[in-house]
Design a protein around this ligand. Structure first.
Ligand code: CP3
Length: 344
């Protein structure tokens, strides 16, 4: 079995497997070259191109997993939403009323982005590396749909939750059903793990997350059981108690806290993370020390090395190569809680 899947299933591996959030995309010159000839949406919606972009980082670096090249917005056009990328998502008609929510369509599962299962089958045929599928968590998708795009503080969205809570719940309910069908179609096509991105969970206080976030995440994770489930909520330390109760196999930790602290507070056996992406822009000795701190904190249990959020587009691929080699060469066993019990 691959090291990634072993760790994803809760095994203590001889070394930490590594993949990198947003590894497929803008930091790679070969991705930027394809972007000169195709729009982002063409890259996503053409299975051969999505497969090619998925594989690009795996050709350059000896990574332990591939992540499907798509966006968290991918399943939404099939609900009747018009979304543009400039380069972040822009919603042509942001959702501001119950009538707009009611007009959203829940397509037959085969009609949710059918190019995604096609791309997954192409990737599985082209590589033996485990393939991670993904989706956006309902609350994070709703953040973009109601705000209309990215924002500093998502004030329109946060106000909407208070002004029209019933419309918000109706939207979250539809997004939950769509996300379950979408993730299950990825698993059926061959995705071997799935990650739920809750990039904007941390915007909310615990009471708001308990009402609008956690119940929908729980429904998604409970309904997707065919592959290990990774949950990534950015800046969410104040939500630990709720996250610890979710049916998660792997918790992905952002860079703001230590893995030691996360392991204590959260229930998932396997941790993923959590090097600050900015460290990839630091001098090599600074990067090395920071990566070794993450590896040492991770080594007391099952750990998948990753960044604490997406790689920055200005990162030099040579630095990524240095990091992947460093993680591969790291001796974990000296750090294991019971070194003699750790498998050789
Ligand atoms: O990880 C991977 O390599 C797979 C590809 C991937 C993309 N988006 C491609 C992409 C993944 C996993 C995502 C997830 C995603 N998309 C998230 C969750 C992760 C996170 O960073 O919090 C979010 C919030 C989005 C929404 C989104 N899409 C934003 C904010 C942007 C702006 C640009 C950026 O890269 O952050 C996008 C566009 C986008 N998605 C690009 C890529 C490669 C850039 C498009 C371009 O090349 O012009």
């Amino acid at each position: 079995m691959s090291l990634f899947l072993e760790a994803a299933r809760g095994g203590y591996t001889s070394r930490a497997p590594i993949w990198i959030m947003r590894q497929a995309g803008r930091h790679l010159p070969e991705y930027r070259a394809l972007k000169e000839r195709h729009t982002f949406w063409t890259l996503c919606s053409t299975p051969e191109l999505a497969c090619e972009v998925t594989l690009q980082p795996t050709r350059r670096y000896p990574l332990d997993a591939a992540i499907l090249f798509q966006d968290i917005m991918t399943p939404l056009p099939s609900m009747g939403l018009r979304i543009d990328f400039r380069p972040g998502p822009v919603i042509e008609e942001p959702i501001r009323s119950r009538a707009q929510v009611d007009a959203l369509h829940l397509p037959h599962p085969d009609e949710i982005a059918p190019f995604v299962p096609d791309a997954i089958r192409l990737v599985r045929a082209a590589t033996d590396l485990p393939l991670i599928g993904f989706a956006g968590a309902p609350l994070t998708l709703a953040t973009y749909l109601i705000e209309g795009g990215g924002s500093k503080d998502f004030a329109t969205f946060r106000a909407f939750l208070r002004q029209q809570p019933r419309a918000a719940h109706a939207l979250l309910d539809k997004l939950t059903a769509q996300t379950i069908a979408y993730l299950n179609s990825q698993v059926a096509a061959g995705a071997q793990a799935v990650q739920l991105f809750d990039s904007w969970a941390g915007l909310h206080d615990a009471e708001t997350f308990a009402e609008f976030g956690a119940p929908y995440v729980a429904r998604v994770l409970e309904a997707v059981t065919g592959a290990p489930r990774i949950y990534f909520a950015v800046a969410s330390q104040h939500l630990d108690a709720q996250i610890a109760r979710l049916p998660i196999d792997i918790v992905s930790v952002d860079w703001r806290r230590s893995l030691t602290d996360a392991r204590r507070a959260l229930s998932a056996t396997t941790l993923q993370g959590n090097l600050d992406p900015a460290m990839l822009l630091a001098p090599r000795d600074v990067l090395r020390r920071a990566a070794e701190r993450v590896l040492a904190a991770g080594a007391v249990g099952p750990h998948i090395f990753n960044l604490g959020h997406g790689i920055m587009p200005t990162t030099d691929p040579a630095t990524v190569e240095f990091l992947v080699d460093l993680v591969h060469d790291y001796e974990r066993h000296q750090h294991a809680p019971n070194a003699s019990a750790a498998p050789a």
